[in-house]
Write a new protein. Structure first.
Length: 263
């Protein structure tokens, strides 16, 4: 696992956007580039920078196919807190050449949620898998809606949300956890780790305990993002604030490795 430490959130976001743009540009002429995407506050800086690059002609999304990580079960796409709406308002609607037919987001109103999830996996497989999966994590280290103790080989499916997650997300629902849907559709940990490359964003002091557990702890269902320790091409991009719980030796080690990468 590679850990790239940046000074602050903005620099972390710019670094990650540069990586994604480089991968898309390097794939040109090789068919569609399949990109996994998250919602939440973590990727907003990356999305802003990718939008800027797209409008400046630095990267094209014409041949990019996207698959989002998750969606609330029971929320129509028109709901102001649906992830379909989040992605369009914060990213897709601002790109100059993103094709609507290339956008894939789980349908929270699907009449058969399990069938919806199976079809999602089939769509990914039909395209040869995810080339790069961008993600963020929760304060408890969960990836997508794969709460603690979700199987590390899980596939896309229905997830029951913990009370803690509903409390954290209640800030978007009038601070009422009861208004947060109790279930969601989510890609699995196995879905993410099947990607050729995984790039996880971790920022802020509130994520420091999770970063330490994911990097310094063992592979554990308690911290589902720790499964990335077993991935050959996983990168964590983080800011200084998120490094507060890392040991000094670990912190210095990753800074030293990245310094060597730049030489």
């Amino acid at each position: 696992m590679r850990v790239v430490i940046q000074e602050n959130y903005d620099k972390m976001s710019q670094w990650a956007a540069n990586v994604i743009a480089a991968r898309i540009n390097g794939h040109r002429g090789k068919g569609p580039f399949v990109l996994g995407l998250p919602t939440g506050s973590s990727p907003l800086g990356v999305y802003r920078e990718l939008i800027r690059k797209n409008k400046a002609g630095e990267v094209s999304f014409a041949d990019v196919v996207t698959f989002n990580m998750d969606e609330y079960l029971g929320l129509p796409r028109e709901h102001d807190q649906s992830y379909w709406r989040f992605m369009h308002e914060n990213f897709f609607d601002h790109l100059t050449d993103m094709r609507p037919e290339n956008v894939h987001i789980l349908n929270g109103m699907a009449p058969d949620p399990e069938a919806e999830c199976r079809q999602y996996e089939e769509q990914i497989a039909a395209l040869g898998g995810i080339d790069l999966f961008l993600g963020g994590i929760g304060v408890d280290g969960h990836l997508a809606f794969n709460e603690p103790y979700t199987s590390l080989t899980s596939r896309t499916g229905v997830r029951v949300l913990t009370t803690d997650t509903r409390i954290v997300n209640s800030r978007f629902f009038g601070n009422d956890p009861e208004k947060v849907p109790a279930k969601a559709l989510s890609v699995g940990i196995g879905t993410v780790t099947d990607a050729k490359e995984v790039l996880i964003l971790i920022s802020g002091h509130n994520k420091a305990r999770a970063l330490a557990a994911v990097v310094e702890g063992g592979v554990s269902q308690k911290w589902t993002c720790s499964a990335l320790q077993m991935h050959n091409n996983a990168v964590i991009a983080c800011d200084e604030d998120a490094c507060g719980e890392l040991t000094v030796d670990t912190y210095k080690y990753f800074l030293d490795i990245e310094r060597g990468e730049r030489l």
